[in-house]
Every structure is written in C-alpha cells, then in structure tokens.
Ligand binder design. Structure first.
Ligand code: CMC
Length: 389
C-alpha cells in the first residue's frame, strides 16, 4: 500500500487521464476536445458540442442531423414515470426530483445497464440525452401545478425544452429565437468542466460499475450543492437580498470580507481558475444583450456589475485571485427567460449532461480505471477494552 498522502478536497490528486476538456486556470483557458470555448460559443450548438464531447470529433452536417433526430425520437418517457412526480410535495425542489427520476430510469431500462456492452452504452446515452429535458420540465410543471407537456419533434432539442416548460396543452407556443439562442449557448458553456465535483462523483459511482443512469443521478445530487451548481440559485438570492434591503454593494462586501455568518460572494472564486473564468466572460456579454432584448430586471444586473467592479478592485479578492465564475451572471439571464430560481441548477444539469456521459464512458473504456476508493488517516481511539457490565 505504501505511504498514504493526505489531500483533502483532492487539491493535488489526479484520479483520471482524460482527453476531453483542457483548462489552464492561470490563463483562463477552456477547451473541449482541443476547441477553444470562445470558438464553439460563436460557431457551434449545444447538440454538436454534446456530440463532440461524447464522440471526440465535431459532427459533419449529416452526423449532426442524425444525432439530434435520434435523440428526439427517444424523448417520450414511460407514462408510469409521471406518477412519481405526484409523490413529491407540491413545493419540492426540482433538483432532488430530477435525480430521483433519473435514478428510476434504471428500473425502466433493465436491458441497457451493462457498462461494457457498447450498444447498451450507446442507447443509454441517447435515452439520457433525450429524457433529461422532459423529466426536468415535469419537475418544473409539477411545481407550477400545470399539466405535463408531450414533446413535439418538429422543434429542435432546445426549443422542445422551452415548449415543455412554458407551453400549455391545446395552445400554440411561440418560440422566441433570442431566448432559444441564449439558452443553447448557456447549455453549451456548461457542457463539461473536467474533474469538477459532480463529474468526479459520476466517475466514482461508475467506477463500481454502476450503470449510467445511477451514476448520472449521483452527479445531479452533487451538482445540487450551493458550492457547485447550486451557486447560480444562490447568486440570485444574494442579489435579491441586496436589492430588497437596499444594501450598498460596499456594505455587502464588508460582510463578505469579515466572513460574517459565513457570507460569501456567491458566483466568485474557483478551485482551478485563478483568472477570469472564460465562460463568465462570454455570459456577462450575453446577459447585457439578452436583458436589452427580453427586458429583464436590469437592477439585478446592475447590482451584479457593481459587485464585480468593487471586488476586482479590492485587495481581499485580488490577493485570493477571486474572479466571477460561470454562475455569477447566469441567474440574471435565466430570470429574464422567466425561469424561477429553483430551476437554475436544473438548467446547469441539462447542460452538464453530455460532459458527465463523456467522462463516464472514458472512465469505463480506460483499462487503467480501478474502483474509486480513497484512503484515510485514522485519528480515532486506539484499541479499547470492551466495558464489563
Ligand atoms: N467569497 C468570499 N471569499 C471567498 C470566496 C467567495 N466566493 N471564494 C473563496 N473565498 C476565500 C476563502 O474564504 C479563502 O479565504 P482564506 O484564505 O482567508 O480562508 C480563499 O478565498 C480560498 O478559498 P477556498 O474556499 O479555500 O477555495 P476552494 O478552491 O476550496 O473553493 C469555491 C472554491 C468555488 C468552492 C469557492 O470559491 C466558493 O465557495 N465560491 C462561492 C460558491 C460558488 O460560486 N461556486 C461556484 C463554483 S464555479 C461552477 C460550479 O462548480 O458550479
């Protein structure tokens, strides 16, 4: 066994060799399969990026169409799944509802759970990509008390999801192209981020040869945490609080710096980026454009911008190399799209799904993979005598 290294939070421990995503945290560089995130954001789509992450290459036009059509063909979910949603409290947070329903997919598809059967892995990939948006929309509709929608496959992946969320039966739903484009971009920017907490969870669960549905369900639960994907919801709550209390951003900063009640500037800081998060850079610009077009709450965006401005000029943040991360500006955009705060992390999950799948598959295919099993440094009692009574 040799000497055990103590490395809480795996600050310096690599658990995988991966060819999927490259990050240079000091320079603020992010690439999927070698392509710069800025180029993908400008020229590609979420569906094509999902294909790229999972298959290693960008699809040509024909492959792209076949990929999306195949996914759309699998987007019906078993009618029995709907009954689960009635078992949750009406105000249930959609993240645990989502992870539960994804976990339940294992029970509906016992024919495709073998991680070492290529065809089964393929069909599980397609099923997950197809059904996650539908399940996410059910979790949303349930919280509104509205009827579930069926997918409509003359719409594309992202448009379909918008209609599933905001449409109602027997009425036409008009797609707003500005919103569809922005949502596509946001999903793409979230699509992978190497060995983050949820992805590492997916790999760890999968390393026990648990099936893809079980592994992804675990990843959704990890993402739910406010230090990870849950930060987008926490950012909006923070901005709202500052707005409601009429607080000056400077005063809020003082609270953060004094670590008052553990208050953090949510949406700031990152384990790997010690420079501006390149995703946040793209999103900041989009936020301004979208709010202009969709007409959202400008005041929240202004508060966010002022907080950023103050933070970037403040020694506390400069010394610690704390910059806005991907979650800082997304909430303002989601809000302008009419998603309630509770749905923000669900949107992150939809975006991250292709990354989880790609990483799970890479882990399964890698002959060097072993079951994930960290060691510990035992600090408890030495052997004790059992008390005689
Ligand atoms: N506000 C105030 N202080 C902060 C913040 C923040 N957002 N982030 C880090 N710090 C301080 C921290 O208190 C520590 O200070 P000190 O040295 O005085 O104890 C120092 O900066 C180093 O931080 P750390 O917590 O040791 O860094 P980490 O790599 O363990 O944590 C993080 C990274 C993202 C969990 C953390 O920065 C954080 O909690 N940020 C707020 C939550 C957030 O926005 N999360 C989203 C992350 S990006 C996308 C995603 O994964 O979803």
């Amino acid at each position: 066994t040799g000497k055990v290294t103590y490395d809480p939070g795996f600050m310096n421990t690599a658990n995988a060799k991966s060819a999927i995503t490259f990050i240079d945290g000091d320079q603020g560089i992010l690439r999927y399969r070698g392509y710069a995130i800025e180029d993908l954001a400008e020229h590609s789509t979420f569906m094509d990026v999902a294909y790229l992450l999972i298959n290693g290459e960008l699809p040509d036009a024909q492959q792209s169409e076949a990929w999306e059509t195949n996914i759309l063909r699998h987007n019906m979910v078993h009618e029995d799944i709907k009954s689960f949603f009635n078992g949750f409290p009406r105000d249930a947070h959609p993240m645990p509802v989502l992870s539960s329903s994804v976990s339940a997919l294992s029970t509906f598809y016992p024919d495709s759970l073998d991680p070492f059967d290529e065809e089964q892995v393929h069909i599980s990939t397609v099923r997950l990509m197809a059904k996650l948006p539908v399940l996410a929309s059910y979790a949303f509709k349930k919280s509104l008390g509205q009827p579930f929608m069926y997918p409509k496959n003359d719409l594309n992946y992202v448009e379909n999801f918008m209609r599933l969320c905001f449409g109602v039966p027997a009425e036409d739903y008009e797609i707003d192209p500005t919103m569809a484009k922005a949502l596509d971009l946001l999903l793409m920017l979230h699509a992978d981020h190497e060995q983050n907490c949820s992805t590492s969870t997916v790999r760890l669960v999968g390393s026990a040869h648990a099936n893809m549905f079980a592994s992804v369900s675990a990843g959704i639960n990890a993402l739910y945490g406010p230090l990870h994907g849950g930060a987008n919801e926490a950012v909006l709550n923070m901005l709202r609080r500052i707005q409601a209390e009429g607080m000056k951003p400077e005063d809020f900063m003082e609270k953060v710096k004094n670590k008052e009640d553990g208050v953090k500037l949510m949406g700031f800081g990152h384990r790997v980026y010690k420079n501006y998060d390149p995703r946040a850079k793209i999103i900041k610009k989009t936020a301004a454009d979208i709010l202009e077009k969709l007409g959202g709450n400008d005041e929240l965006l202004e508060i966010a911008q002022r907080l950023e401005e103050k933070a970037l000029a403040d020694d506390y943040f400069v010394e610690r190399k704390l910059y806005p991360n991907v979650d800082f500006y997304t909430g303002v955009i989601y809000k302008a799209m009419d998603f309630p705060e509770k749905m923000f992390t669900v949107l992150f999950a939809l975006g991250r799904l292709p990354g989880w799948i790609a990483q799970w598959r890479e882990m399964i295919e890698d002959p060097a993979t072993k079951i994930g099993r960290p060691r510990q440094i035992y600090v408890g009692q030495d052997l004790r005598e059992f008390p005689q009574r």
